[in-house]
Design a protein around this ligand. Sequence first.
Ligand SMILES: C[S@@+](CC[C@H](N)C(=O)[O-])C[C@H]1O[C@@H](n2cnc3c(N)ncnc32)[C@H](O)[C@@H]1O
Ligand code: SF4
Length: 407
Amino acid sequence: MGDMPSALPIGDPAPSDGSLPASALTGLGDRPFGVYVHVPFCATRCGYCDFNTYTAGELGTSASPASWLEGLRQELDLAASVLGDPPAVDTVFVGGGTPSLLGASGLGQVLDAVRSSFGLAPGAEVTTESNPESTSPEFFSAIRDAGYTRVSLGMQSAARHVLAVLDRVHTPGRPVAAAREARAAGFEHVNLDLIYGTPGETVADLRASLDAVHSAGVDHVSAYALIVEEGTALARRVRRGELPMPDDDVLADKYELIDSAMAAQGLTWYEVSNWAASADAACRHNLLYWQGADWWGAGPGAHSHVGGVRWWNVKHPAKYAELLATGTSPAAGREILSDDDRRVERVLLELRLATGLPLDVLDPAAQTEAKTAAADGLLDPTALDQGRCVLTDRGRLLADAVVRRLT
Ligand SMILES: C[S@@+](CC[C@H](N)C(=O)[O-])C[C@H]1O[C@@H](n2cnc3c(N)ncnc32)[C@H](O)[C@@H]1O
Ligand code: SF4
């Protein structure tokens, strides 16, 4: 999943020229630097999704992929000038929305825009999310030739009735076929996204999905518990009593099933919702978020973080293109993180990683709480003795609660 929380935070006004305080630019380039590109288009909206995305019918004539691409080029140029001596990009992540709706030539133009404003570091990781139904062998070969190195496919489930509840439009077999096509086109790094806990999903359905993942031979899997987001069609169906709310105990059992199936397939967790076949197969772009590095998020509603300053763009593609056309930054607001904000954020993100969080990031009261959490079986006592907070298997099931105890 890319960096796209749906509701925009309330922050301070952002400068209209996009400028950043000098303190944010100190050490830029010493830390990994990534670019996230948000593609705000989908053919249809899935009932559970509250990402910033629009169907052609919703946009009408107000915005199009062409006006979005023009705005994107302008934002990337603005980014390069704001950053002064722009660092080479270590990771690019094109997320959505549905990037594959742009077709291989559109995705090639996106990457060319990143290259022309910034330049890619040698060995850069370049990922695109893709929906299984808008891909083909030719699509994968062409994006590989264009410079993409990693593909992330939204599979969600292999059970037809689960896909129907989620409003997914692909057939149950298409994600695995797409993953194989991507591998045949030369992609070594392919991810499948799963959603578990959908109303009506049985344990047998989940097992079938995990078997299907196995048959695809991918080197990365992300598995997310279904979140019933306010304002979605799914939330309305749950409120009307048409569908039950996912049950926490069932979700925990399913998480354990996923984790053991991943281990049997040779994939190890490196973040609570992410498993990879090796350290090389981990998503470097997402690690950059979780480790508090720098990234510029370009596109409508995208979020950015550089040197302790976080900002977010206007959400609507028409407003986004309109601002950039007049040379104005599309940022809607920003926040300058205090040392304490940054510390809390580190706990929130690094605790979810298999490498864990250095104990000394915690304040003294939280360090004492960490010892209690280890006694409760939630943190690994050996790692704690060595100065790190690392979740145990049980701790992973209760990761959010552990984070609350330590912040
Ligand atoms: C927002 S989508 C974008 C990529 C692509 N359009 C797709 O659907 O695969 C990225 C991933 O977010 C996850 N996701 C989105 N909404 C979710 C929700 N309400 N609960 C759990 N996972 C969700 C899905 O697994 C999805 O594959
Ligand atoms: S295709 Fe992906 S981004 Fe689009 S609505 Fe469905 S989950 Fe959301």
